[in-house]
Design a protein around this ligand. Structure first.
Ligand code: F6R
Length: 280
């Protein structure tokens, strides 16, 4: 049966609504794993936080059970808290080691996270950007979204053309993340890839689960492109896949349409053309 592939480079904002958080996480993991299999030398952009935790667990399982090979993969993390070193349990470097890197066969020298202890922020951020360029750019950028619509730590009001830089965290973000610091004061600054940096990735894969993300997801997909919701800049990207569970997708007004697009995409990809009225 003839198989029709969507042309890479087509304008594409694909919204996939899964029934549960678990299914959404498995779907995201399978997209990352497919890329790693197709391109064993791929460069991945990675996120931290609650959202990707089970995705990394699934990737670790695939590595252990089905030899998913990370030996030639390069990774760049989105962000890091200023002031925290790699041994601090709340640092994003620590998170990545604990949830992914320590359990797969990745080359440690190819895993990059901004250095929270760098004192010359400007030159460190410039070097980080240069390293991404030297690696040939990011093939797939995995993203979460903040309740205020941020991607990475690009808080509301960030320039949509921004590059990796020092950023002051918003009170909403501090309110969301302070619980992880167990009463210890939380950093107020972060080093973060910019919106412009993220938009240069070949594919952006954004995952959101839980009803507390519903408003941000609707604004990002159905609202105007605005620096007040930095995730909305993804509307300008040429290949974005958004995976949500029913709760995070619960405020989407055009949800039925996204499901119809998804159904047609799957029929096209599996070559079931007659079901689409082609060649009848
Ligand atoms: C983390 C990051 C942030 C998070 C966002 C959601 O590296 O870049 O943008 O993705 O704050 O965090 P969780 O997943 O904890 O809700």
């Amino acid at each position: 049966m003839k198989r029709v592939l969507l042309v890479k480079g087509d304008l594409l904002l694909r919204v996939i609504v899964e029934k549960s958080a678990e299914l959404a996480e498995l779907r995201a993991a399978s997209i990352v794993a497919d890329l790693v299999r197709r391109n064993p030398q791929a460069t991945l952009g990675l996120a931290t936080g609650r959202t990707p935790t089970n995705v990394y667990r699934e990737l670790v399982r695939m590595h252990c059970d089905s030899d998913l090979d990370f030996s030639q993969i390069t990774t760049f993390n989105l962000d890091e808290y200023v002031g925290l070193g790699p041994k601090h349990p709340q640092s994003f470097r620590y998170f990545m080691q604990e949830h992914l890197f320590d359990h797969i066969n990745i080359d440690a020298a190819k895993t990059f996270v901004p250095d929270g202890r760098a004192l010359d922020f400007e030159s460190h951020c410039r070097q980080y950007e240069q390293r991404i360029v030297d690696a040939g750019g990011i093939d797939l950028q995995f993203l979460g979204i903040g309740v205020d619509g941020h991607i990475a730590f690009n808080e509301p009001g960030s320039s949509l053309g921004s590059r990796t830089r020092l950023k002051t965290l918003s009170s909403e973000t501090i309110g969301q993340n302070a619980k992880y610091f167990n009463g210890e004061p939380m950093p107020r600054l972060a080093l973060t890839m910019g919106v412009g940096t993220i938009l240069e990735s070949q594919i952006c894969l954004l995952l959101a689960t839980g009803s507390h993300k519903a408003s941000a997801i609707r604004s990002m997909i159905e609202g105007p492109v605005t620096a007040q919701i930095t995730a909305s800049a993804l509307q300008l990207h040429r290949e974005v896949i958004v995976i949500v569970d029913e709760k995070a997708g619960g405020w989407l007004e055009r949800r039925d349409y996204y499901s119809e697009v998804e159904e047609c995409t799957q029929l096209l990809e599996s070559g079931q053309l007659r079901a689409l009225g082609i060649g009848n």
